[in-house]
Design a protein around this ligand. Structure first.
Ligand code: FES
Length: 135
């Protein structure tokens, strides 16, 4: 997946990211960070560009559900879910009314937008990564 870089001077969108397992997403302990992003980026892209490594098995093309996040606030500043996203997100574990696929959720306004990344987002990957040393 091609990730655009964020220019902190011109980025206007405020995206607050709450992480249930921050260590595995960022390598740091902070469970909450606020990042800046550009309008037109999707949430997965904005997070990846800011060092928050949300899982994205299909590369951001709405063909898996591993990039699932909860949209906690700021719904008016993101794109509405398409039918394809709604069908796909139903496969995600821990489905809630505010579930979104972060790769399909485009930032449309300046926010603040708040998302929460569930801890199993990385756990599923860790189980497969036998050789991965977590220290
Ligand atoms: S990365 Fe696969 S659906 Fe978002």
């Amino acid at each position: 997946m091609h990730v655009r870089t964020i220019d902190p001077v011109t980025a206007t969108v405020h995206l607050r990211v709450l992480m249930e397992d921050p260590q595995s997403l960022t390598g740091k302990k902070d469970a909450e960070v606020t990042i800046k992003a550009h309008k037109g980026m999707n949430i997965l892209e904005a997070c990846m560009a800011s060092g928050i490594n949300i899982e994205h098995a299909c590369g951001g093309v709405c063909a898996c559900s591993t990039c699932h996040v909860y949209l906690e606030a700021g719904a008016k500043d993101v794109s509405e879910a398409t039918e394809a996203e709604e069908d796909r997100v139903e496969e995600a574990p821990g489905l809630q009314r505010n579930s979104r696929l972060s790769c399909q959720c485009e930032l449309k306004g300046d926010g603040p937008v708040t998302i929460r990344v569930p801890s199993w987002n990385r756990n599923a990957v860790k189980e497969d990564a036998d050789h991965h040393d977590d220290h």
